[in-house]
Design a protein around this ligand. Structure first.
Ligand code: SME
Length: 155
């Protein structure tokens, strides 16, 4: 999808989330809502979900799409890269990313972003896979970062 079309779609999704998310303060419920909205509105989202940081492990949380790995091997792959960098990671070609964890062979490109709580601690990683190469740009990075900030926001 072209960046200009993506921007329009992300703007509309952001507005929809501003209406939906204040109905609960529960971060897990908000994560589930973000997943469902994004997965069904963004054409290039093949797998959309959260890995929760629990006792030093990344364990799958709310998601939409094909069945995924339940726990990720420590210190490996694109989710751990975002956790260690405390910043988003964009991978245009997953096969060229050393240590990429393939939960589904159809995934071709990927973006991962950390989710911070109100204390600034990382509590989860948001992960989107596309079944097309090079699907994610700065537009995805910026728009999704804004949505991750809504999870612990006081509306
Ligand atoms: N590819 C991820 C694993 C999770 S799945 O894509 C759903 C990674 O390398 O961390």
């Amino acid at each position: 999808m072209e960046d200009i079309k993506k921007e329009g779609r992300y703007t509309r999704i952001h507005k929809q989330l501003e209406a939906l998310l204040p109905k609960t303060e529960d971060p897990l419920a908000r994560m589930a809502t973000i997943c469902a909205v994004l997965h069904h509105k963004m054409d290039h989202f093949f797998w959309t979900g959260f890995y929760m940081l629990k006792s030093g492990k990344l364990v799958v949380g709310p998601y939409q799409g094909p069945v995924a790995c339940q726990e990720l091997e420590n210190e490996k792959g694109v989710c751990w890269a975002a956790l260690n960098a405390a910043a988003p990671v964009v991978v245009p070609d997953v096969h060229a990313f050393p240590g990429h964890i393939a939960c589904d062979s159809r995934s071709k490109s990927e973006i991962t972003l950390p989710v911070f709580n109100q204390k600034g601690e990382i509590v989860a990683i948001f992960d989107v896979d596309s079944d097309h190469p090079d699907s994610f740009s700065e537009v995805d990075k910026l728009s999704l970062t804004g949505m991750m900030e809504m999870i612990y926001k006081e509306f």
